[in-house]
Write a protein that binds this ligand. Structure first.
Ligand code: HEC
Ligand code: HEC
Length: 202
């Protein structure tokens, strides 16, 4: 029994180990055709996924697999751009739990690269005040700390975050109860200021 177990472990490391990792590599290449090389997006409606905590990343993929977030259609941004449009829900539907955990771990180990984007300095300053008042408790270091397990806001693309705020406001994406209280109390001006504050962190 024991011997068989040891052998099957050795075999699975020898056979499945490299096979899984080759499969992970080939899937990551496809992810990066939208999310950018090393998960650092060059497109403002596609989030940078490098550096996001592995737990948060894997949860996001499970939620897409359950169609718990809007299944927005997107075209491929690089590589073979003639591939037909797809959505995160369709992509996640094809991923096993093991694959989701592997992908999330691989991206978590990469450095988050803040997007180079325009912002309004006065709005950013106003946004910092709103952030410190309502959001900093869970999103520390201006929203830059992956260890909060609350994703990364600082330096994320403004257009992506704008869509995200709209999805939260419309009840199309679940959020922690205590975050919802804060989000629901924001004025449109507060939201705009927050977007510029996150964009200002480069
Ligand atoms: C065809 C383009 C495309 C491909 C391929 C793609 N994504 Fe995405 N992904 C997007 C877009 C666009 C969004 C943002 C819109 C949305 O919420 O659906 C997104 C959102 C995400 C998010 C949510 C980020 C957050 O901060 O909540 C994660 C995580 C993610 N993708 C991971 C992956 C992984 C891992 C792969 C490969 C298995 C992948 N994506 C493949 C386009 C793509
Ligand atoms: C009680 C803790 C808590 C508070 C307060 C909170 N958040 Fe969050 N937030 C989280 C967690 C946890 C996540 C990640 C899980 C998820 O996606 O639902 C998150 C995710 C997000 C995301 C999604 C990021 C992405 O990558 O798609 C945005 C945007 C966001 N928060 C903005 C805010 C803003 C703005 C405030 C203040 C008005 C705020 N949060 C207050 C806990 C909090």
């Amino acid at each position: 029994m024991k011997k068989t177990y040891v052998w099957s472990t050795v075999l699975s490391v020898l056979l499945c180990g490299p096979a899984l990792s080759a499969e992970v590599d080939s899937i990551i290449e496809k992810c990066n055709d939208c999310h950018g090389d090393q998960g650092a997006s060059l497109w403002n409606d596609v989030p940078t996924i490098a550096g996001i905590d592995a737990y948060v990343h894997s949860e996001a993929l499970y939620i897409y697999r359950d169609k718990g977030r809007p299944c927005v259609k997107s075209k491929y941004r690089q590589g073979d751009t003639s591939r037909s449009e797809t959505s995160m829900c369709e992509i996640a539907a094809k991923l096993s739990d093991d694959m989701i955990e592997s992908l999330a771990g691989r991206y978590a180990a990469l450095p988050f690269v803040p997007a180079r984007q325009d912002f309004d300095a006065a709005l950013a300053a106003a946004g910092k005040l709103v952030h410190d008042r309502d959001c900093a408790r869970c999103h520390s270091d201006g929203g830059a700390n992956p260890d909060d397990e609350a994703s990364i806001l600082a330096g994320q693309w403004m257009a992506y975050l704008r869509n995200t705020f709209a999805e939260y406001a419309a009840g199309k994406r679940e959020q922690p109860d205590k975050m919802q209280v804060k989000m629901d109390s924001l004025s449109n001006k507060d939201v705009e200021a927050l977007l510029h504050y996150y964009a200002s962190q480069q």
